[in-house]
Write a protein that binds this ligand. Structure first.
Ligand SMILES: [Zn+2]
Length: 312
């Protein structure tokens, strides 16, 4: 109840408040209260967490830790796999004389990327990408092993086509591979094979399985036999007195393919023997290991290393 001073009657009178004014007043109080409450709620929401939010936050932190742990485990697995890949390339494939497995290095680079900052979605994304790569690499490695296993299955057949014996019995190297004096031209030039001395008519053997080629290695080679082994290897037997095989004929390792002589550009009876690998002439003495004792092999290496006059 409100009083009002009446200047005419000089007394206080009860002031009449209309219903409308009363409603207006109530509404204004209510509006103030609502604004205040909303303000309080906003402050609370921004600066304080609800128990549910606290729980979610804890869960998120734990999840991030778990992802970081899994990321480390994936990196460990990646390193183990990398070791297997390296062993595959540097041991198994070298032993089996196979090409290295391709496309690996690109995978390694991506796999080694450091984990991203602590944003859960980004971490999960990174991790799943790493796991996918790991699966891809594991698949490739399994393929590689299957390939190597296949190679091992026909290892005997493969090895029989690699030159592995001496082309003559009791080989005596008189001139090795490399720069040697030419007996006719009297100049130092590259000797592309080894010269083995012996008696005229002495048998010359195929050093690996293969097919006799019709290829002519050159006029200086005299009567010669060229054998293609079908795996990038080719062997050449020159200055023969007689060839026992004809082009197209299949020969086995150890088969007599001709007889020693001095045909072509030769200064004496000897066999000039060459090994060609993928078009490159390589040192034949490295392929004599099959039927020699270690001492005999060592002696051959010594003789072949001397820079002397080739018999051509
Ligand atoms: Zn020679």
């Amino acid at each position: 109840m409100k009083y009002k001073f009446n200047h005419k009657s000089l007394s206080f009178e009860v002031e009449e408040i209309s219903f409308r004014q009363r409603i207006k007043k109530i509404l204004s109080y209510a509006a103030t209260a609502i604004v205040f409450a909303v303000g309080c709620l906003l402050i609370y929401a921004n600066f304080f967490s609800s128990p549910k939010e606290k729980r979610l936050k804890r869960e998120l932190e734990a999840t991030n830790l778990q992802i970081a742990y899994l990321d480390r485990r994936v990196n460990q697995l990646s390193h183990v796999l990398k070791g297997l890949e390296e062993k595959d390339d540097n041991l198994y494939r070298v032993l089996l004389d196979a090409e290295p497995a391709k496309e690996r290095n690109a995978y390694w680079a991506v796999q080694e990327a450091p984990p991203s900052q602590l944003v859960t979605s980004k971490m999960v994304e990174d991790l799943s990408r790493k796991v996918n790569l790991l699966m891809l690499r594991t698949g490739k490695e399994l393929e590689s092993y299957a390939e190597l296993w296949g190679m091992l299955q026909n290892m005997d057949e493969r090895m029989s086509r690699v030159p592995a014996i001496s082309p003559v019995k009791n080989p005596k190297v008189v001139s090795g591979f490399g720069m040697r004096y030419h007996p006719v031209y009297k100049i130092l030039r590259r000797h592309t094979g080894v010269d083995l001395i012996g008696k005229r008519g002495q048998p010359v053997y195929a050093t690996a399985d293969g097919t006799v080629s019709s290829e002519n290695p050159g006029s200086g080679y005299g009567i010669s036999v060229v054998i293609n082994h079908g795996n990038g290897y080719q062997t050449i037997y020159a200055h023969l007195s007689k060839a026992n095989v004809r082009p197209g004929q299949k020969v086995k390792r150890g088969a007599v393919i001709g007889q020693m002589g001095s045909s072509g550009l030769a200064s004496g009876v000897h066999l000039h023997y060459e090994v060609v690998k993928n078009g490159q002439k390589v040192n034949p003495v490295h392929f004599f290991y099959g039927d020699l004792s270690p001492e005999e092999y060592e002696q051959i290496l010594k003789d072949a290393a001397v820079v002397n006059k080739a018999l051509s």
